[in-house]
Design a protein around this ligand. Structure first.
Ligand code: ATP
Length: 437
């Protein structure tokens, strides 16, 4: 399958089956913002829950936080975003579209939209932060920014969290939340959007131990994606060269995935040194040093950041899971999602709408609901069609109630990937599914 086709197929499947819709579609849509439908919201939530569980619940050295999107405007001066969070922008003198000057076609001098050559002047720097006003007066003193990253909410709360949770360095703070960037050239579906979600963790360490912790976090984060079931051949690290390093970073590695449109970053691991805490200390006038309780030594910790784009991770998951298979002369589309993050875990079907089959199936559906296992009940249409609909949305198991079920109270469970069917007692279905999640 050609790569361009795969993106088109993902966009169309996402819309058709309720994973992802274009925002404000009835108004013609906005190219840079997307809405998650009934299945998409479950997938994204499952990815976030898995991240939160591994970062916060399964460790005793990381605390959670949910900081506000709007912050004091000085935060963004201290962080360097007011001055430096810019991309070079050029305008085509023919069609007046604007582009990032570092896009390959643009750097080659050709307009990607109208095709005209030598139409770009000198680039100007464009700040990617959205601005708005706080309160009823729209003047410059009321200007606030809509956060372009969640990290700053963590830095300004560093001592609050450390004191309240009685943590000692090294420890981390994790947060999942929306971020907004006025990207010049958004695109590739949910890959680059103007509103997106980040799952970030800032790990505070003693200076000198930062390089060791950097290595540790690189390994932990790469393993996390592999454990999720992402094809390891499509995952790699990319180290930032001196010209790519952000203003705050001493060292940075991207975790990249081979998307249908090429190898691209979807998570960054950064050694931010004490840049952010030092700047907040300077701009706020408040001491942000950590005092080691055993040595009484005061210091500003270094920060190792892991920053995953949740939407990009969702795109990785979808692109990696999509398969088209030939089965008995027919093509079946399958999303081979890890059951842990699949939106629906099981579908329940009576083979036909009579002979006591719907009643048995409804009882199983109720049991699954009571056990909080997301399940889908479907009693109409040919069974093959019902299976294919579930394959296409990635449901790992289908339970079918047939004629034999009425006689011996067993049902079949069909595996999405192997297509094998086994018989299980109807009252054991919930336990069987639970064991595999
Ligand atoms: P890029 O170079 O692609 O613009 P970045 O290096 O600016 O990304 P970071 O600032 O390191 O990205 O942000 C961390 C993560 O947030 C990225 O790895 C990505 O997954 C996500 N992210 C950043 N910008 C966007 C965006 N516009 N849309 C969706 N996700 C984004």
């Amino acid at each position: 399958m050609a790569n361009a086709d795969l993106m088109d197929k993902l966009v169309s499947l996402s819309k058709r089956r309720g994973y992802i819709f274009q925002s404000s579609e009835i108004y013609g849509g906005t190219g840079s913002v997307w809405d998650y439908g009934p299945l998409g919201v479950e997938l994204k939530r499952n990815i976030k829950d898995r991240w939160w569980s591994s970062m916060v619940h399964q460790r005793d050295d990381i605390e959670g936080l949910d900081a506000a999107i709007l912050m004091h405007p000085r935060v963004w001066e201290a962080s360097g975003h007011v001055e430096g969070f810019t991309d070079p922008l050029v305008e085509c003198s023919n069609c007046h579209r604007r582009f990032r000057a570092d896009m390959p076609e643009v750097a080659g001098g050709q307009c990607p939209t109208c095709g005209s050559k030598d139409v770009f002047g000198e680039p100007r720097m464009f700040n990617l932060m959205f601005k708005t006003f706080m309160g009823p007066v729209e003047d410059s003193s009321a200007t606030v920014y809509i956060r372009p990253e969640t990290a700053q909410g963590i830095y300004v709360n560093f001592l609050n969290v450390q004191g309240a949770a009685r943590q000692r360095v090294p420890f981390g703070i994790a947060q999942i939340g929306k971020a907004f960037r006025n990207e010049i050239t958004p695109g590739n579906f949910i890959f680059r959007t103007r509103e997106f979600e980040q799952a970030e963790m800032q790990f505070f360490v003693a200076p000198g131990s930062d390089e060791e912790w950097f290595e540790k976090w690189m390994e932990v984060r790469m393993q996390w994606h592999k454990d999720l079931g992402i094809n390891p051949d499509k995952l790699r690290f990319h180290e930032h060269g001196p010209d790519e390093l952000a203003h705050y970073a001493k060292k940075a590695y991207d975790i990249e995935y081979e998307f249908p449109f090429g190898w691209k970053e979807f998570e960054g691991i950064h050694n931010r040194t004490d840049f952010d805490l030092a700047r907040h200390q300077e701009y706020s006038g408040k001491r942000l040093e950590y005092i080691d309780p055993t040595t009484n030594e005061r210091f500003l910790p270094y920060v190792i950041e892991t920053s995953m784009g949740v939407d990009r991770a969702a795109l990785v998951v979808l692109a990696d899971a999509y398969r088209e298979e030939e089965i008995e002369g027919e093509t079946r589309v399958v999303l081979a999602l890890n059951p842990e993050i699949a939106p629906t875990k099981v579908a329940v079907f009576p083979l036909v709408k009579k002979d006591g089959m719907p009643e048995i199936a409804e009882k199983i559906q109720q049991d699954l609901r009571a056990a909080a296992i997301p399940a889908f009940y479907d009693l109409s249409g040919a069974i093959g069609r019902r299976y294919r609909r579930q394959d296409e949305v990635g449901t790992p198991w289908c339970v079918t109630v047939d004629g034999q079920s009425v006689e011996d109270a067993t049902v079949t469970i069909r595996d999405r990937d192997s297509l094998e069917q086994i018989r299980v007692a109807a009252d054991k279905v919930v336990g069987w599914i639970r064991e595999r999640l």
